[in-house]
Design a protein around this ligand. Structure first.
Ligand SMILES: Cc1cc2nc3c(=O)[nH]c(=O)nc-3n(C[C@H](O)[C@H](O)[C@H](O)COP(=O)(O)OP(=O)(O)OC[C@H]3O[C@@H](n4cnc5c(N)ncnc54)[C@H](O)[C@@H]3O)c2cc1C
Length: 413
């Protein structure tokens, strides 16, 4: 069976739902959103603390409420949201292959938006030696267990990582009655927002061990502790716990892009996109945490708003000319997004290049270099710090030379 639609969106998280809400009125329906889960909403569905909707809705709400609101808006706009629909690949003709409880079918669309998000790297992929006991989770798994299924009966947790999401894990553990006894981070300074650091100091009271890493998980049947190494001295100690949460360290859910042969960016590991969020395959766009692993949900949703006009333009037959210039991260950043730009074309979503820092600066100056020469420089009043996205004003790249080759974006030291 083949279903035809104008736009197919894979993933009903904040980015996919917002794109659907923007596109459906202009396409009189014609928008089909497919999600493998039982309900739309993506990650916020099982993230019960407040902190959602700030930049896009100018509100401050819990994840489930935010997820419901975005789903309702997409449906009211006329989008068709189909759940329990796992997109497994592509047909030779470019249609999507879908597997659902009703069977397998194909979806042929004039344009496809990939909005499949990102996942935290689990313990197995971090290659941490030791035993294989129960009680070891990612934040996502923990929140699924606590909020969607049951509360794990645990009492002492070690949190690996100090990203924003790590503090989300702290809140979830507290909610489940489990005490976070240590947060480990390989970085020298706190990676999360100052707001969270202060909150950590005042209310949450989680000891943070900077420049450390977990080198062994201990426990037969159930985890009983972890071995933590000081990265400066090499000294090791065992911390007793019955829960370990591996937080952050994101991998984009890029399997569909990869199986289509779409170019992936070696730094983000998501599809390489330009400022219109176009991949290198005609008619296939990519948005949300799939292309910037990870930003907050409101920014993922604003990608959904940003991609609407490029998609509508594509459906009208508009094609932009110009050779894209690659954008790459210098040493101070793990990645930048978007990963290419056509000089003179539209600015990226929200007017920012996103970057994932590897060091801390309170008042950073960022430089863009092309062909060995500096082509732009900006200083921001907000800090740069690992574990959260840093937003670089697009004006940095105002002087990109279309024929000048790769642009490197770095921190001035
Ligand atoms: C623990 C935690 C706490 C967080 N706290 C906050 C917070 O307080 N505030 C905030 O703004 N942000 C927060 N975030 C980040 C926020 O949740 C994400 O930025 C946001 O959900 C990203 O939206 P997305 O649409 O890109 O992807 P996702 O929300 O990940 O949605 C992707 C969707 O794609 C679907 N999908 C994937 N592959 C397929 C496929 N092959 N077929 C069909 N469907 C598929 C998935 O089922 C999923 O529903 C938090 C994240 C985590 C993990």
């Amino acid at each position: 069976m083949i279903t035809k639609t104008k736009v197919a969106i894979v993933g009903a998280g904040p980015s996919g739902l917002r794109a659907a809400a923007e596109l459906a009125p202009a396409l009189k329906g014609g928008v089909l959103v497919l999600d493998r889960e039982a309900a739309p909403g993506g990650i916020p569905r099982h993230c019960h603390h407040p902190g959602y909707g700030i930049r896009d809705l100018h509100r401050f709400m819990t994840g489930p409420k935010y997820a419901r609101l975005l789903s309702d808006r997409a449906r009211q706009a006329g989008a068709d949201i189909v759940t329990h629909a796992m997109v497994t690949g592509w047909t030779g003709a470019g249609a999507l292959c879908v597997t659902s409880p009703e069977g397998r079918y194909e979806v042929a669309a004039d344009a496809v938006i990939l909005a499949t998000g990102a996942r935290e790297r689990p313990r197995s992929a971090r290659r941490i030696p030791g035993d294989r006991p129960a009680g070891v989770y990612t934040t996502g798994q923990l929140q699924n267990l606590v909020y969607l299924h049951h509360r794990p009966e645990r009492s002492r947790a070690v949190i690996v990582g100090g990203e924003l999401v790590s503090w989300s894990a702290v809140l979830t553990l507290r909610h489940a009655g489990c005490r976070p006894v240590l947060m480990t981070t390989q970085y020298a300074a706190s990676e999360a927002y100052r707001l969270f650091t202060v909150a950590g100091g005042i209310g949450l009271r989680v000891p943070v061990a900077p420049r450390t890493k977990v080198v062994r998980v201990i426990g037969h049947g159930r985890v009983t502790g972890v071995e933590v190494e000081d990265l400066q001295t090499g000294q090791r100690r065992v911390v007793e716990c019955d829960t370990v949460v591996f937080t952050g360290d994101w991998i984009p859910d890029h399997e569909l892009a990869r199986s289509a042969g779409i170019a992936l960016d070696p730094a983000t590991l998501g599809p390489s996109v330009d400022t219109r969020l176009r991949t290198d395959r005609d008619g296939v766009f990519a948005i949300g945490n799939l292309v910037h692993p990870v930003d907050t949900a409101d920014c993922a949703a604003l990608d959904g708003a940003h991609v609407a006009e490029p998609v509508l333009g594509y459906l009208r037959g508009e094609r932009t000319s110009g050779t894209p210039v690659p954008l790459v991260a210098g040493d101070a950043f793990a990645w930048v997004s978007p990963t290419r730009c056509v000089p003179g074309d539209v600015a990226p979503a929200r007017g920012f290049v996103l970057a994932w820092p590897t060091e801390v600066r309170k008042r950073p100056t960022i430089v863009a270099r092309q062909g060995g020469s500096e082509i732009g420089r900006v200083t921001t009043s907000y800090p740069v710090a690992p574990g959260r996205v840093y937003r670089i004003p697009w004006t940095l790249l105002a002087a990109v030379n279309p024929a000048g080759g790769t642009v490197t974006i770095d921190l001035v030291r």
